[in-house]
Design a binder for this molecule. Structure first.
Ligand code: FRU
Length: 504
């Protein structure tokens, strides 16, 4: 049941007596709680925020509505990690409810300056007529983890030519200056990204709109991010309002990127190639990147989408974050690979080598609901090869390569509890024939598939029966050789999943 406006825009401190305990109890009984992904203690998780490195640790916040699975009053929840594999829950990072974030501490980013970690975010407010008014706000975390909000916003108005859909600042250092890109909607209801500059993170000057080659591309761009990789500039953003185009843009909203020569921050010229979707799966949105101290560009996304109901809603929670990925460029394309640190989560290993010819074979002893799996398929003349996982009886999630169409296919139509038709349940993407390497991270209710070392990635929630644990391989229309390695992953050590953080 959906909440009323009044129920949605409540602070956690305004919960009714016993409400939170009841919700927590429901969540604890959910069969789809994840083992090694960041998920909310209760309520709804959406965008990753403030992904950064500070005082020797990675910090990763997320958009959080504690009291239910509606998009209600958004907090920043704080997690941190020394190794990108195990995360500690730190409780509330930013609490909304002030004059400039009365209706939510919306998405934003983080950057270190003078020994503090600054959090730049959108304060969402609503007036009596329920019109939104965004403010770009600043907070900082000190060495002991206490977070203070500045009393005044650092950008308090929307520049002429844009509507109040103006949010999600992503900050970075450019020479001696700081830049930030903000997702915006023009008054003609088209999406864009604008740039601001600052010397000190406090005073911001509006530079203008990034001159992309996509002047009319959706009605709003959310969660923009700009970074440089090798000698290229990459603009990552979430355009809303694109029409599906065969295998592309099949989700309700997209997350993708354009690559070009580095953005000229003075003229705002940005010459780039076509918009590419970052992920081919069903549940991926609002990705954010950071520069790790060793120079890697890391990315985390929300394994979910706005305006989609999830089967866990009934159990009082929804959404989780993807595993951290590292980005590189290969042939003008962004390549995403799981960070190698994740190997730390590996437990018992299983391996198999088999040749299949017009058959499906179950891998005995490989059963599981949460694991990492690498499956290499070679030397085949088969027309169709792949694997079924989280399988049991008729239930299965299928990942395959179809030689007739030269397409990779992820099919979750028999995965268990299927989602509504909003996003469909089959995804395809073209890939040249040849050797195949499927690298999967399966958790209790999700799968992330990295194909051929990150050339394509499929990120999806699945909601199978806890008893659907089999892994099966198949080859039809010929034979193929399979080499499989699997490691159980039982958990990620967690800190206290309490609601109470160190917010000042
Ligand atoms: C994207 C988004 C952002 C906004 C946040 C609010 O999912 O709509 O644009 O800041 O979520 O939770």
């Amino acid at each position: 049941m959906k909440m009323t406006k009044e129920e949605k825009y409540r602070l956690i401190t305004q919960a009714k007596p016993g409400e939170l305990a009841e919700l927590q109890d429901k969540v604890n009984r959910s069969v789809w709680r994840q083992n090694y992904h960041i998920q909310p203690p209760t309520g709804l998780l959406n965008d990753p925020n403030g992904f950064s490195y500070y005082q020797g640790e990675y910090h990763l916040f997320y958009q959080w509505f504690p009291l239910g699975t509606d998009h209600g009053m958004k907090y920043w929840y704080h997690t941190k990690s020394a190794d990108l594999a195990t995360w500690d829950s730190m409780g509330i990072g930013l609490e909304p409810g002030g004059p400039y974030d009365s209706h939510g501490a919306y998405s934003g980013s983080a950057i270190e300056k003078d020994g503090r970690l600054y959090l730049l975010y959108t304060g969402n407010t609503r007036d009596e007529a329920w019109n939104r008014h965004p403010f770009q706000c600043l907070a900082y975390m000190n060495e002991s983890g206490f977070i203070n909000k500045l009393g005044q916003p650092v950008i308090s108005s929307v520049p002429p030519g844009y509507t109040d859909h103006f949010r999600d600042p992503k900050v970075w250092k450019s020479g001696d200056d700081y830049c930030c890109v903000i997702g915006a909607q023009r008054t003609d209801r088209t999406g864009s990204a604008v740039l601001y500059r600052s010397k000190d993170l406090l005073q911001w000057e509006f530079t203008g709109e990034i001159k992309t080659r996509l002047p009319r591309f959706g009605y709003m761009w959310e969660c923009p991010d700009y970074f440089e990789l090798d000698d290229s500039g990459v603009l990552l953003f979430c355009p809303q309002g694109l029409e599906a185009d065969e295998d592309r843009f099949n989700n309700i909203y997209q997350t993708g990127y354009v690559i070009g020569k580095p953005l000229n921050p003075l003229t705002l010229e940005f010459n780039h190639g076509p918009f590419e979707e970052l992920d081919r799966g069903f549940d991926f949105y609002a990705a954010q990147t950071m520069l790790a101290p060793d120079g890697r560009r890391l990315l985390v996304g929300w394994m979910g989408l706005p305006d989609v109901d999830y089967p866990t809603d009934e159990s009082g929670w929804s959404g989780c974050l993807t595993l951290p990925r590292q980005l590189t460029l290969r042939d003008g394309k962004l390549i995403q690979q799981p960070v190698p640190e994740l190997a730390k989560l590996r437990k018992a290993m299983h391996s198999a080598e088999i040749t299949l010819n017009n058959e499906t074979k179950r891998l005995n002893g490989f059963e599981g609901i949460s694991y990492e799996l690498i499956c290499e398929i070679a030397n085949g003349d088969a027309a169709e090869v792949g694997l079924e996982f989280r399988a049991g009886g008729e239930e299965k999630t299928v990942l395959k390569y179809d030689g007739a169409s030269n397409k990779l296919i992820l099919d979750r139509s028999l995965s268990g509890q299927v989602l509504g038709e909003i996003n469909g349940n089959i995804r395809r993407c073209r890939m040249a024939a040849g050797k195949l390497k499927f690298h999967l991270f399966v958790d209790v209710s999700s799968v992330e598939v990295f194909v051929n070392d990150g050339e394509e990635v499929f990120t999806s929630r699945i909601f199978p029966d806890p008893g659907s644990t089999e892994i099966r391989l198949f080859s039809y229309g010929g034979s193929a050789e399979f080499r499989v390695l699997k490691w159980d992953i039982t958990s990620m050590e967690k800190g206290d999943e309490s609601h109470v953080g160190k917010s000042a």
